[in-house]
Design a protein around this ligand. Structure first.
Ligand code: FAD
Length: 475
């Protein structure tokens, strides 16, 4: 053993199995203090949504129970991470700090300050790779720079050997008498439970692992064909588990790899591959954020910085309420509010609608999503919004504007998804759900008229982009 006492700082790795830094802390120390630090954000913070925080509360409760089975106790503290850790280190006479690295610039800046603080005091400082299969500088072009386009990134990403899942520590012991706050509830963030979804997926490692088993059996075999159909359970819905690290990405990747190896079916193998490509998208956006933290403030593509987004609060409100008069958009926005989930295809449709039909700033949508999605994750969310707005890395070019009506015909032709979320349209013929209504009409009797005409807005947006580009090039 190298240390008598160390700390494992839990962040977005809320599990005991296959947790790189936790395992290393357990191997190197006689006693480990596992700590989670609650933010001091309140309900008004743009990243704090009731569903998201409620899910986090469930994950922490389950983590505390799993740690106690190993003989340890989760210590909950609140405040600025550096001050809280400094105090805890002194209080417990800790010799080393273990944690898994965070790609977001706020997390990374705390790590930097902590490193300096530990160095000054001669404490062990042990950051680990854990939340991604490959970290910031592992997947680079031949000239050593980060990729800006997904396809070559994913080729290089697939070519690298993947780290294997590890076991859980067999035992952990926490020093006695360390004060801890109680496990948080929504009240901690001053959030009313009524704001979040009425029900949440069960949280915790056991539930997540059961979900993964179901996904391998019922989703992956059909994933390549069905993942763009919004009705039904056609994608894994493992986003929140990956976001909070309740499952390790290594475990997810390798279980899928095993299925591909053992299934004996080309269709299932294809499902496995397409699913793994989505994990590569996750890492593509993580590395974009690692290398270009400025994307949280500005467009990735400098050509589009300064676009004069339009401000029409009434339109934005209708989008958030799911009353735009575009059935696929409204179904998505209602599902998001009610469940905290939205299928990828519908995320793209509602995001393009907001940015291309309403010409609203993508940041408004980015903020709305992060508050409402259970899997809200700043790298993928920012990447998805910039992609949809046509301003990001490997983005859809500005002139590719999805038509919500034809998207509906292609992906929800019988209106199964729309009818599930918009009861007013239950008895409307499918044809009316994917055909623009006549001027002044709506898709159904108790349903609003479209707030804009897609064909007209498409032309306006093309003009708007062209004018901006021309002005830029002239200036
Ligand atoms: P599956 O299809 O089962 O995919 C498995 C996992 O792969 C996902 O859980 C996720 O971790 C990853 N993944 C899948 N697609 C993508 C993608 N396009 N980009 C990055 N990772 C992907 N994903 C988030 O995790 N958090 C977000 O906040 C988020 N915001 C988005 C916003 C917009 C506007 C768009 C277009 C996409 C966004 N995505 C986000 C990506 C994607 O929509 C979700 O990851 C996916 O829908 C989650 O559902 P699932 O778990 O069933 O995914």
């Amino acid at each position: 053993m190298n240390y008598r006492r160390s700390i494992h700082w839990f962040r977005r790795d809320l599990r005991v199995s296959d947790n790189t830094a936790l395992l290393a802390a357990a191997a190197a120390s006689v006693e480990v203090t596992p700590v989670y630090i609650l933010s001091e954000w309140s309900g008004t913070h743009s990243w704090t949504g009731a569903g998201r925080q409620a899910y986090l509360c469930g994950c922490l409760a389950s983590l505390a129970s799993n740690l106690s089975q190993l003989g340890a106790r989760l210590i909950v503290r609140q405040g600025d991470a550096l001050s809280v850790l400094a105090q805890l280190i002194e209080e417990t006479r800790t010799e080393a700090l273990f944690f898994n690295r965070d790609p977001d610039p706020f997390g990374a800046s705390v790590e930097k300050r902590l490193q300096a603080w530990c160095k000054e005091r001669g404490l062990g400082f042990h950051p680990f790779k854990d939340i991604a299969l490959h970290e910031r500088d592992e997947v680079l072009t031949a000239s050593g720079s980060p990729y800006r386009v997904y396809t070559p990134f994913s080729k290089a990403w697939f070519a690298l050997p993947k780290p294997k899942p590890r076991r859980r520590p067999s035992r952990l012991s926490t020093p006695q008498d360390i004060a801890s706050l109680p496990l948080p509830t929504l009240a901690h963030w001053k959030l009313p439970a009524s704001e979040g979804p009425s029900s949440l997926p069960e949280s915790g490692e056991r539930a997540a692992r059961a979900r993964l088993r179901r996904v391998l059996r019922d989703v992956i075999p059909f994933y390549a064909e069905r993942r763009d159909q919004p009705a039904g359970h056609t994608t894994s819905r493992l986003g929140p588990d990956l976001r909070w690290g309740v499952l390790s990405v290594r475990e997810v990747f390798h279980r899928v790899e095993e299925l591909a190896r053992e299934c004996g079916s080309a269709a299932i193998r294809r499902g496995c591959r397409v699913f793994q490509q989505e994990l590569a998208w996750r890492e593509f956006y993580l590395q974009i954020l690692w290398h270009h933290p400025e994307v949280l403030r500005s467009e990735f593509n400098p050509e589009y910085r300064g676009l004069p987004w339009e401000v029409r609060p009434r339109h934005f409100r209708r989008w958030t309420e799911g009353t735009t008069g575009f059935p696929i958009v409204d179904a998505g926005m209602r599902q998001l509010r009610e469940t905290g989930f939205l299928p990828n295809r519908v995320r793209m449709i509602v995001a393009m609608f907001l940015t291309k039909d309403l010409r609203a700033n993508w940041r408004l949508g980015e903020r709305w999503f992060i508050r409402h999605l259970l899997d809200g994750e700043i790298a993928s969310n920012n990447g998805g919004w910039q992609w949809s707005a046509g301003v990001g890395a490997d983005a859809a070019p500005y002139f590719r504007i999805q038509n919500p009506w034809t998207q509906t015909k292609r992906h929800d032709p019988e209106g199964l998804y729309i009818r599930q979320w918009i009861p007013e349209l239950k008895n409307v013929p499918s044809h009316d759900l994917w055909t623009p209504p006549a001027p002044g009409q709506s898709a159904g009797p108790a349903y609003p008229k479209p707030i804009v005409d897609h064909a007209v807005e498409r032309e306006n947006t093309l003009e708007w982009f062209k004018n901006f580009r021309a002005r830029r090039n002239a200036g």
